[in-house]
Ligand binder design. Structure first.
Ligand SMILES: Nc1ncnc2c1ncn2[C@@H]1O[C@H](COP(=O)(O)OP(=O)(O)OP(=O)(O)O)[C@@H](O)[C@H]1O
Length: 658
């Protein structure tokens, strides 16, 4: 484990991943296994562990249940015990729904608030909080990367986001380079992190990039949920070798997976087998095979042990096996043997408790000291803004195509309403032209939902590992969008405004641009708030479209203000509809102070179109600005509420409350 070149007392470490595969443990001379297993030969004695940053995790009586609406609580983990040591990799295995992810979440302090937790989890023998930089949690479900950035850019920007501000810029770059080369990503440095046949990277490489990003802060504890989900042979092996390298570098690696190939199984260190929330086995990979054999379930020759365990302990296999067991007595024998298997797990439990006590005694001081300072909020903010700007500049579909579409749309409106005169008949045409221009432009912002959804998801993933705050993310994202929204309101508008021959005054034109600009900012902010709560981008687009249409209906053009039904449509919908404020301002700007076919502007706006006389057009701009701030603040609140990862266990570890 190489120390970082940070000078000072900065306890930042960099992993050196130089894993050399050892001879296959399954083919090597294994001693006959008894229960509980003997201390593994490959296990590093705890006295030799680098206690400055190493983390020994031990847990006992961990019980987790979820409240059910109609029935009694569902017990997902039932009195599970175990430990994970530095320099070793623990793999939690078991059939689907056996509680693997729940155990991993409990151990990392990331259980959701709904979960009822009981138990005793200790780090280096103490109940203590996992502080920033000490642990990282990865899951393929949250695997969202900024698609428009290259691997190198992503790692460098992540280093700036994660490493302390007092670390010189040069050293942050050096850390990023180091991690990139250790993870074997140097050759991919200039490839985009998106999945794309030519310029992008594969799914396995994306997972390595995700892991690399988390390694920048040198965490002592690495939790990896469903580590191999969606990966095929070579990628699984490559990821496993990297994880094992990390463990050999001093990290405590805990991952969970449903099953692995026999080649991968040979490379595993410790195993925790779960079935239906109960622990069936705990020990090293060789001991597991022996244990099943002793309990009457020998793994057939040339058979994948991991598949064999799944078959034996998986409740769902029971149903599948039944038709093949025509002899009832045979079935009963099988079931009773299976009970034996579960009973022997008691012996492992006792063994683990002994070992766990050992962990307490040997760990010097018992405190996890591998803490690094969080970057200052200001530097976080600048890096996030820069990343958002870079991402949006390159996101072709998000802004550039939108600018082009907006231009074509405005051009169409401009040519349809070409050179409007000041006659009476032009009043209706002018009103329609303004309404269509405004509504069309605001509606196009729905197309940005998938992009925003990805941004929010990426942020939440980073938030889970405590990398930066929500407010910084939302403000940075808003600032990055401003130049593009200005382009969208200015470039296309010019084509329409002058072609249609709307009011010729310079101030009137500036007002039109500012009003459209603010309306787009509000619309964008609303879409962001929606992206924070929807389960996927498509739902977000549907909800976004519905809200835009609803706001348009009460905007004052489709149905005049005094004709709107009072309940719901007028109060409160027409007041909270930013379309209404924007449209009223636009109409006041276009018509007031001019005469059209003998009618005064005031008559047209307040008499014919029934817009309320107050507030005035400048107030509408202020209201729009206020709404933009409101929706952005709402996004901060929604992200905090809906993705709240309040660490229940963390609190328990820290306070000793069970
Ligand atoms: N937030 C939750 N609310 C309600 N029930 C939950 C929640 N999380 C997990 N469960 C339940 O806990 C049980 C175990 O889930 P868990 O995800 O831990 O299993 P798993 O072994 O990781 O499964 P898989 O391999 O399919 O991911 C499941 O029956 C699941 O329905």
């Amino acid at each position: 484990m190489a120390q970082s070149p940070t000078g000072d007392n900065l306890p930042l470490r960099q992993y050196s991943i130089q894993y050399q595969p050892s001879p296959s443990p399954l083919t090597s001379q294994a001693s006959p296994i008894t229960s509980p297993p003997p201390e593994s030969a490959s296990s590093i004695p705890l006295s030799q562990v680098d206690t400055e940053s190493a983390a020994s995790l031990s847990w006992k009586d961990v019980t987790v249940s979820f409240e059910q609406r109609s029935s009694s609580p569902q017990v997902v983990l039932d009195g599970v015990a175990g430990y994970a040591e530095p320099y070793r990799m623990l793999t939690i295995m078991g059939p689907s729904q056996s509680g693997k992810s729940t155990l991993l979440r409990a151990l990392s302090g990331r259980l959701c608030r709904k979960a009822k937790y009981q138990g005793d989890i200790r780090i280096n023998g103490r109940r203590q909080q996992l502080t920033y930089g000490t642990s990282t949690f990865l899951t393929p479900d949250d695997e969202v990367l900024p698609d428009s950035l290259t691997v190198k850019e992503h790692l460098i920007l992540s280093a700036f986001l994660r490493l302390p501000s007092n670390l010189p810029r040069k050293e942050k770059l050096a850390v990023a380079e180091h991690v990139m080369s250790e993870m074997g990503l140097t050759e991919l440095a200039y490839r985009y992190v998106r999945k794309c046949p030519h310029k992008g990277i594969s799914g396995g490489e994306r997972r390595l990039v995700n892991l690399a990003v988390e390694l920048l802060i040198g965490p002592s504890l690495i939790y990896f949920d469903d580590a191999f989900k969606g990966l095929e042979g070579a990628s699984v092996l490559s990821l496993l070798i990297k994880l094992k390298g990390l463990a050999r570098g001093g990290a405590t690696v805990i991952m969970c997976t449903e099953h692995v190939s026999s080649q991968v199984y040979e490379l595993l260190d410790d195993l925790c087998l779960l079935s239906n929330g109960k622990m069936v086995f705990f020990g090293d990979n060789i001991a597991a095979v022996e244990h099943f054999s002793t309990a009457g379930f020998p793994c057939p020759p040339n058979h994948n042990p991991s598949d064999h365990f799944l078959y034996t302990i998986g409740a769902e296999f029971e149903k599948l096996r039944a038709p093949f067991l025509y002899h009832w007595s045979l079935k009963l024998i099988c079931l009773s043997r299976r009970q034996d298997l579960f009973k022997t797990s008691r012996a492992f439990y006792v063994y683990i408790l002994t070992r766990r006590t050992h962990c307490y005694v040997m760990q010097k001081g018992g405190v996890l000291v591998n803490r690094i300072k969080r970057p200052a909020s200001r530097s976080e903010f600048f890096t996030l803004s820069y990343r958002s700007l870079l991402n949006t500049t390159r996101a072709l579909g998000f802004y550039w195509i939108r600018i082009l579409l907006s231009f074509l749309y405005m051009l169409s409106i401009g040519t349809i309403f070409l050179r409007l005169d000041h006659s009476k008949s032009s009043i209706e045409a002018r009103a329609a032209c303004i309404f269509l221009a405004l509504e069309g432009m605001m509606f196009l912002s729905v197309g940005g939902v998938p992009y925003m959804y990805n941004e929010v998801k990426m942020h939440v993933r980073e938030m889970v590992n405590c990398h930066y705050g929500v407010a910084n993310f939302v403000v940075a994202n808003s600032i990055a969008s401003l130049p593009f929204l200005l382009l969208i309101s200015l470039v296309p508008l010019c084509s329409m405004y002058f072609l249609a021959g709307l009011h010729s005054g310079a101030l009137k034109f500036i007002y039109f641009v500012v009003n459209l600009y603010l309306s787009l900012i509000v619309s964008e902010s609303l879409m962001m708030a929606i992206s924070c709560i929807v389960p996927n981008a498509y739902t977000g687009m549907i909800i976004g479209s519905c809200v835009q249409v609803l706001f348009m209906l009460v905007g004052g053009y489709v149905r005049h203000d005094n004709n709107l039904p009072k309940a719901f449509w007028k109060y409160p919908s027409s007041y909270i509809s930013f379309h209404a404020h924007s449209l009223r301002g636009m109409f006041q700007n276009e018509f007031l102070g001019s005469r059209y076919g003998g009618h005064t502007g005031a008559y047209i706006v307040y008499g014919e179109y029934n817009f309320p006389a107050s507030p005035g057009k400048w107030w509408s701009l202020l209201i729009l600005a206020g709404m933009a701030i409101f929706y952005r603040t709402l996004s901060v609140v929604l992200i905090r509420l809906s993705y709240r990862v309040r660490s229940l266990t963390r609190t328990c570890i820290a306070t000793g409350k069970t």
